[in-house]
Design a protein around this ligand. Structure first.
Ligand code: FAD
Length: 474
């Protein structure tokens, strides 16, 4: 949609939007509303990723699979930005299934003998779109976030290390407290009584930043503070469910690094020695080791490494509390991954890396109109819909939220003007329709994500699945 920026009349000013969270969804929201000529301010609890000193936070990275849904959304705001990001991603044209049973003559194979065991691992490629060649794209989350923040123009006011602590709905004012630690940036803290009481806002004022807004957009992730503040005053239906499985991230180095380690040279190779094609496994695939009750996946990185993620029931993970037990587990279920990643590295990653919980969250409605003032609130991204990652659509869907909201602003011809104390009825129509049209879609995709866990950890190995894919391709 084309932005609608207009000259302001004498009794009006620019619409003021405060965005909480400069994750990918918050950054894209900021960019899109700035293009509409709104006055945009962003608060982010974490430090500025553009500054060298904050790089350590980027080291633990989840790779994201960005699909057509996310790319279309990015393009709807900034075509060049979307194309740049696709250029930095690695296309994954299908799944590479690492079967457990012995080689039967189909597909490629790798074998392993280490004196104690001889295991043959059959690998099977399953193209996502054999006819059209469509693919998903592997991109490190810190890189995606950095590029989106770098794309924000100076007209946007950005505050890092600034955490929303309270919203006073009576005068549409948000209050922040400085957050000097990365660790607690995204964490959700129940507001205490003092914070619940609007009359105490003057104390907040003394302690941190504040911002008066026409619209506040909560892009602050699964444990959204904006959502908490909205729930104090709005009848919100919130469905939240944890699954039994946690995840742990592991690392498979590029080929050259792995070879150096094997030769006992240790350390990383010089940057120029790491080139294209230095991958230990086929690079243009999402690798999956489906093992019914648990699974391992791997996504490629540009430097030749893979980020591995083990999804496993919590009880099972708790049983693997000693290195020897973990070694037996990986040898039994993922011998090729253990071999390629290197036993020492993989087991030490497994020991020390944190376990992440997986949660599904659904919020209805996504918006609220303050009865005490002319202000409104909207939740986008994980703040409104967290889903388990098995469909690879959580972020894609969050980016799509921005596209859908933007198209409704266009449909209702919402301008960039605000008159003090007056509600913009066109904006109200856009917000109402957003909640109405988006909710059914979000409920459906949250469920599809849950269903795809069974698909990924077991159904992809079934012969009927394979026959169906072959029939699809003719
Ligand atoms: P977030 O990325 O959570 O960003 C929220 C931001 O708000 C953070 O920067 C945080 O610091 C900030 N914040 C929080 N509270 C405050 C506060 N009070 N004040 C100020 N700032 C605050 N999705 C995909 O599309 N494809 C995938 O392949 C994929 N894989 C995944 C794999 C795993 C293991 C997991 C766990 C998720 C995966 N997802 C995937 C989902 C994806 O990570 C999320 O959907 C996405 O990060 C949501 O983006 P967001 O901007 O809404 O929230």
């Amino acid at each position: 949609p084309q932005p609608r920026s207009q000259p302001l009349s004498t009794n009006s000013r620019k619409k003021r939007v405060l965005i909480i969270g400069a994750g990918p969804v918050g950054s894209l929201t900021a960019l899109s509303l700035d293009k509409r000529g709104w006055e945009v301010e962003v608060w982010e609890g974490r430090t500025d990723p553009r500054e060298e000193s904050s790089h350590p936070q980027a080291l633990r990275s989840i790779n994201l699979a960005i699909s057509a849904r996310g790319i279309t959304a990015l393009k709807s705001v900034d075509e060049g930005l979307a194309e740049g990001l696709v250029g930095e991603a690695i296309p994954m044209r299908g799944r590479m299934i690492h079967h457990k049973h012995k080689h039967t003559g189909i597909g490629s194979k790798g074998s392993k003998e280490d004196g104690r065991r001889k295991e043959e691992v059959r690998r099977e490629a399953q193209a996502y779109d054999p006819k059209g060649g469509e693919c998903i794209n592997s991109l490190p989350r810190p890189l995606l976030n950095l590029r989106l923040i770098q794309a924000l123009p100076p007209s946007i006011t950005l505050h890092f290390s600034t955490k929303l602590s309270h919203i006073s709905w009576s005068d549409s004012t948000a209050y922040a407290k400085p957050s000097d630690s990365d660790k607690n940036a995204g964490e959700s803290v129940q507001p205490n009584e003092d914070e619940r009481d609007d009359t105490n806002t003057r104390n907040k004022e003394a302690r941190g930043k504040k911002c008066q807004f026409d619209l506040v957009v909560g892009c602050d992730g699964s444990w959204s503070k904006v959502r908490q503040e909205m729930m104090r005053v709005e009848r919100v239906d919130l469905a939240q469910r944890y699954i039994d499985h946690d995840y742990v991230e592991l690392h498979m180095p590029p080929k050259s690094e792995s070879e150096r380690e094997r030769e006992g040279k240790g350390g990383k190779p010089a940057r120029e020695q790491v080139g294209e094609g230095e991958f230990l496994m086929e690079e243009n695939y999402l690798h999956i080791w489906p093992r019914e009750k648990f699974m391992l996946i791997a996504l490629p990185n540009k430097d030749g490494s893979f980020t591995l993620t083990l999804f496993c029931p919590k009880d099972k993970l708790a049983e693997l509390d000693r290195r020897e037990k973990a070694k037996v587990f990986f040898e039994e279920h993922f011998p090729d991954a253990l071999d390629w990643a290197g036993e020492e590295r993989l087991l030490s990653d497994f020991e020390k890396n944190p376990r992440g919980a997986l949660v599904t969250i659904n919020v209805k409605p996504s918006h609220h109109l303050s009865p005490a003032s002319s202000a409104s609130v909207l939740l986008l991204g994980d703040a409104s819909h967290s889903m388990v990652p098995f469909y690879g659509q959580g972020l894609n869907c969050g980016l799509e939220d921005v596209r859908v909201f933007n198209s409704l602003l266009q449909k209702y011809d919402v301008g960039n003007e605000a008159v003090e104390g007056e509600r913009d009825e066109r904006l109200v129509q856009a917000l109402r329709e957003y909640s109405e049209v988006r909710n059914g879609d979000l409920e459906a995709i949250v469920q599809l994500a849950m269903d795809n866990y069974t698909e990924m950890r077991s159904k992809v190995v079934s012969p009927t699945y394979h026959i169906r894919r072959v029939l699809d391709s003719v």
